[in-house]
Design a protein around this ligand. Structure first.
Ligand SMILES: *Cc1c(COP(=O)(O)O)cnc(C)c1O
Ligand code: SF4
Length: 451
């Protein structure tokens, strides 16, 4: 039995393993953790990180902020302030200044995701793609540890309010009743499995009790298998969690645990192997996803090994994402050409049973855009792109072409090929923006509440 113990900047001194670090290295972690959120725990420290080689260890880099995640000048100035014990307000002010330069709200996150009604923020649901609704239960907006690359860093670092979060299921159920195209509910965070079983049960049982025949799948997005597999083994309410999963599958609803893994090292402990088994016994399936990250997994051999191990354990590879330009992106970013090479090479080296994975994919405002190839067409070198998910369902599965650009990191860096003025979806996308018919975050109106 392992009891969960979190480590943050406040109690970092309690991590005995950190004695392997020089005082300079420890100072660097402390400096950067003023800017980027830092939280790890006793499982990550004791079972995941290889302390004999921590400087290059992907699990160490995944949880412990690194000096190079900040710009040299930012790091140096902040380091001086901290060394000289500058007043807290001065440090906070400089930290805020740095954060503002780390693109805290990429791709219209702020404008399109947090609508308000009569000056009140409406939080807790996103509905961007026709079949699937995202649900952010308010008690699930934190994680068992924080990934240094996470695009939700402004939320975890206290820069933003926990802006998503919903306590009531009534509004969700009413919304589902009015939108019969929705077949999938994706419960997400943060990590919803940080919630107590009793709270998770409150949400899930309400969905089951509503008995909506349209709902075929409940997905739970989580990194617990990687950061705290004891959630399913020895936590006081671990059996209750598994019972909830079982209630979903017993109700004839497909339960998919959307599991976030970044590296095969996360699949090696006894705890994770046992936890996967426990989950599978409930009738749930586990699908896996990860962004592609420089310094952690930008090597095709890592991905093919990860997919193989996942499949051997009974999981289903699902997505490879391209990291968004936010936070420490200069440290983690992989350009589109390299992303495609890594995906293709990894995909070529696994059997068809692992090729359920899709990617590399950019989650952009119009949709999830996959790079399906680099080709030469009538003498022009192009990226072949494809929506694997779109705001407009008709966009999905239509190949389109962008001028080759070896430095491009994101769809915004690309231009249409063949001298065209815009990509095929842009007119409609712009029209949707203007008419604010962006079905991204749902307006919860009085009307809906009483429906
Ligand atoms: C990825 C995503 C989904 C799920 O899409 P699938 O193609 O069904 O996996 C739903 N909503 C949002 C906002 C997403 O980014
Ligand atoms: S587990 Fe997910 S939400 Fe939590 S810090 Fe990591 S990437 Fe972000």
């Amino acid at each position: 039995m392992k009891l969960y113990k979190a480590y943050t900047r406040r109690n970092i001194g309690k991590i005995e393993e950190l004695s392997a670090l020089s005082s300079q290295q420890l100072h660097e972690i402390k400096v950067v953790s003023h800017v980027l959120p830092f939280k790890t725990n006793n499982y990550v420290v004791e079972e995941l990180i290889d302390w004999n080689n921590f400087e290059n260890d992907p699990m160490f880099i995944l949880n412990f902020p690194q000096r190079d995640m900040l710009k040299e000048s930012h790091f140096n100035h902040l380091s001086e302030l901290i060394k000289n014990k500058a007043p807290k307000e001065e440090i906070d002010k400089y930290v805020h200044h740095i954060r503002l330069q780390l693109n805290p709200h990429p791709a219209g996150q702020m404008e399109h995701n947090v609508p308000s009604l009569n000056g009140k923020k409406l939080n807790g649901i996103q509905h961007k793609y026709r079949e699937t609704i995202l649900f952010f239960p308010s008690q699930g907006q934190t994680c068992h540890a924080y990934c240094t690359f996470c695009f939700r860093w402004p939320q975890f670092s206290g820069m933003d309010d926990m802006k998503f979060g919903m306590k009531q299921t009534k509004l969700l159920i009413n919304y589902l009743k009015q939108n019969k195209d929705i077949t999938d509910i994706l419960i997400t965070g943060g990590d919803p499995l940080v919630m107590k079983a009793s709270i998770l049960a409150h949400y899930i049982d309400a969905i089951i009790a509503a008995d909506l025949p349209q709902i075929k799948t409940i997905r739970i997005g989580t990194k617990s298998l990687s950061f705290w597999p004891y959630r399913f083994l020895t936590d006081p309410d671990s059996e209750e969690i598994l019972d909830i999963f079982k209630r979903v599958t017993d109700a004839g609803i497909h339960l998919a645990i959307m599991s976030h893994f970044n590296h095969p090292q996360e699949l090696n402990t006894d705890a994770v192997v046992k936890a996967v088994d426990k989950i599978k016994q409930t009738g749930a399936q586990i699908r896996t996803q990860s962004p592609l990250l420089h310094h952690i997994n930008d090597d095709p051999a890592i991905w093919s090994e990860m997919w193989r191990k996942q499949v051997n354990l009974g999981m289903i590879p699902y997505y490879m994402f391209i990291a968004r330009d936010t936070g420490a992106h200069s440290y983690f970013g992989v350009n589109l050409q390299n992303a495609f090479n890594i995906f293709q090479n990894a995909y070529q080296n696994v059997s068809g049973i692992c090729r359920t994975v899709r990617g590399p994919s950019m989650s952009s405002s119009p949709g999830k855009i996959q790079i399906t190839g680099v080709a030469s067409i009538k003498g022009e070198k192009v990226y072949v792109l494809n929506f694997i998910q779109g705001r407009v369902p008709e966009w999905v599965g239509q190949p389109f072409f962008a001028k080759y650009n070896p430095d491009a990191q994101w769809i915004d860096d690309l231009e249409p090929a063949f001298g065209e003025k815009e990509f095929f979806y842009e007119k409609e996308y712009q029209r949707l923006l203007k008419t604010e018919k962006l079905p991204e975050t749902v307006l919860i109106t009085e009307d809906l509440q009483s429906a």
